[in-house]
Design a protein around this ligand. Structure first.
Ligand SMILES: Nc1ncnc2c1ncn2[C@@H]1O[C@H](COP(=O)(O)OP(=O)(O)OP(=O)(O)O)[C@@H](O)[C@H]1O
Length: 596
């Protein structure tokens, strides 16, 4: 019979686990509650998770399991929280300190789709153990972690994204677990680690987690439907119902506790299924509301409260966590990963590159030979074409938003688990975007300038490149400000539309109304447009008699572009790019902390 099996049979010991737990760490919580929009979604609860424990947080959907894990890990914003959380009895533990001892695997899988399982793990090893981790150590950690989550056969399978099919949902779930396991955190909080897994995989993963607990890790996980085999692996259980604690204590004691309150588990019945029916108020066939009150008055609760108070009062070593990897190491790992991701993910640069080249070829063919024309209509063609280039080629940068959003979710997970800091991520992202933007700019320039016969290849390229650098920074900032890329595209398009309107093409600078002239100055489109214009028209010494201007310089005067300082305007575009990157970093720092 399943219940008689040894649940830990056949699990190999974790060679590298014990040595890499920096110190045994416990977490205690007392009268911990969470209130959202005036509603208390987690009622005051007490409990603890110690080194060696495997705690199952259970209860019906919406009962507050994730909320509890968030509150314990510091992911709940402080104004929503009351009560105390301590680590080894220390209450003053910052989020960064918690991140060093603790890893949290959320319900969503936020992985980068182009990487294989092995590559994803390799980067995780470098984030948590340093870019300079030896090849031997990296390989050993990778291998052991692959074995832990049963993904050895998928080592070279890609995660998968909208372009290519990769891992199955259950395999992704296991990889999400694996990339945090390589950290070998003292405390591991897992939100539904078995969702999407078949029963054998779920059991295999849980067996190995149990072995990790035995080796000294403290593990808490939420789970909906544990089989009796899984149930036998849990040391402690915290049972919630509608945010209230119904039971906290040894898993083995739950059946007798419930029996003492009139709910004896029928023979041959999975105790987990039985107790979940008792606490589900949405489907109340077996629901017993009195269990909440009974637990509040019970000796079991009094014992827990006393134990938690004792643990909080005892002076133990402050949680230290694994040694912090240097920002330079994180930066190098991120540069490595961004470069590969940019090169492998067609959506980030390659699709854009094709779009730019095609469009620029069309522009070149539309205006072919324009450089040899000096009549009235050639002026109209030049100004229109340059407006289109300054406005629309920048506008196409909105295409990067959906891909940025995917990277943002992995950033959030990794940052909140202490893999790296905002500055490392933003600077690596910025640096690694430059080769792609340079390639787009050079190929676009090569398509337009020779075909149309425009002036100043180098300046044209520089203006396009610098405006794309500014646009990339702007879209990163927009991507950090909005909850979804659809809103970002609408916002980005709206702002770009406004900048285009005031860039000095539709209305020359001197005719822009005073209430909009500030847009001319803050909109980076104005800077690139006037460089494109100056670059093209200044060398034209004479137009035909049909033209309204005698020379290019005369035309530039009309546009108020006759005194353009190309170097200064290109510098301003780069300045815009850096300014947007700095704002982007600030928004990430303050608003993308992983706290909800
Ligand atoms: N920002 C919020 N605004 C309103 N209600 C919220 C908010 N966050 C959480 N809640 C409510 O808090 C309760 C607990 O949510 P939580 O996600 O912790 O449940 P859960 O037990 O993890 O559910 P599941 O098992 O389905 O993941 C739910 O009723 C949810 O609707």
């Amino acid at each position: 019979m399943a219940m008689e099996m040894d649940p830990e049979a056949g699990v190999r010991p974790l060679e590298r686990t014990s040595s890499t737990i920096a110190s045994a760490t416990s977490v205690e919580w007392s009268s911990l509650s969470v209130t959202v929009k005036g509603k208390t979604v987690l009622q005051p609860t007490d409990g603890m998770l110690s080194s060696g424990d495997m705690l199952a947080v259970m209860g019906p959907s919406g009962c507050g399991k994730t909320t509890l894990l968030d509150a314990v890990s510091g992911r709940t914003r402080s104004h929503k929280l009351s009560g105390t959380v301590s680590f080894n009895g220390h209450t003053q533990v910052s989020f960064a300190q918690r991140s060093r001892v603790l890893s949290y695997v959320g319900q969503e899988d936020s992985l980068l789709g182009v990487f294989t399982v092995a590559e994803s793990l390799r980067f995780a090893v470098r984030f948590y153990h340093g870019y300079g981790a030896s090849a031997e150590e990296t390989r050993a950690l990778e291998e052991e972690t692959l074995r832990l989550v049963g993904l050895e056969s998928c080592r070279d399978t890609i995660v998968g994204d909208i372009f290519r099919k990769g891992l199955s949902g259950g395999q992704r779930r296991r990889l999400s677990l694996a990339v945090e396991l390589v950290k070998r955190p003292a405390i591991l909080l897992l939100d539904e680690p078995t969702s999407g897994l078949d029963s054998a995989s779920a059991f295999g993963v849980m067996q190995r987690l149990k072995a990790m607990a035995r080796a000294g890790h403290a593990i808490a996980l939420t789970i909906h439907q544990p089989s009796s085999e899984l149930w036998a692996l849990f040391d402690n259980v915290l049972l919630l119902s509608g945010g209230h604690t119904v039971f906290y204590g040894k898993a083995a004691e739950i059946p007798s506790y419930l029996a003492a309150h009139g709910h004896a588990c029928p023979p041959m019945y999975n105790p987990a299924d039985f107790m979940l029916q008792l606490v589900n108020s949405d489907f109340p066939e077996r629901y017993d509301a009195a269990l909440v009150l009974k637990y509040g008055d019970s000796a079991e609760r009094a014992t827990v409260v006393a134990k938690v108070a004792e643990a909080m009062a005892s002076s133990k070593k402050a949680p230290a966590g694994s040694s912090k990897v240097s920002p330079l190491s994180s930066f190098l790992t991120l540069c490595h990963r961004f470069s590969l991701n940019n090169a492998k993910n067609p959506g980030i640069y390659w699709v854009r590159l094709v779009m730019y080249v095609m469009l620029c070829l069309m522009i070149g063919l539309m205006y072919i030979g324009l450089g040899d024309e000096y009549d009235y209509s050639s002026i109209n063609s030049r100004t229109s074409m340059l407006f289109y280039i300054a406005a629309f080629l920048v506008f196409m940068s909105v295409a990067v938003l959906p891909f940025f959003m995917m990277e943002r979710s992995s950033f959030l997970r990794e940052r909140s688990n202490g893999a790296y800091g905002v500055v490392s991520w933003v600077s690596a992202n910025f640096l690694c975007s430059l080769p792609g933007l340079a390639l787009i700019s050079i190929l676009s320039t090569a398509c337009v300038v020779p075909l149309a016969g425009l002036n100043g290849f180098g300046t044209f390229f520089a203006a396009l490149f610098c405006s794309l650098v500014a646009a990339e920074g702007f879209m990163c900032l927009v991507g950090a400000l909005v909850p979804h890329y659809i809103i970002g595209i609408a916002l980005g398009a709206g702002v770009y539309g406004f900048f285009m309107l005031c860039e000095g093409a539709f209305k020359v600078k001197d005719d822009i109304p005073p209430w909009f002239i500030w847009v001319y100055h803050i909109g980076f489109h104005s800077y690139s447009y006037r460089v494109f214009m100056y670059n093209e028209f200044e060398p034209i010494k004479e137009f035909d008699d049909s033209a309204p201007f005698a020379s290019g310089h005369e035309l530039l005067k009309f546009y108020s572009f006759d005194k353009v300082d190309v170097g200064r305007d290109l510098g301003a575009l780069i300045g815009f790019g850096l300014f947007f990157q700095a704002c982007f970093a600030l928004v990430l720092h303050f608003f993308h902390t992983g706290r909800r």
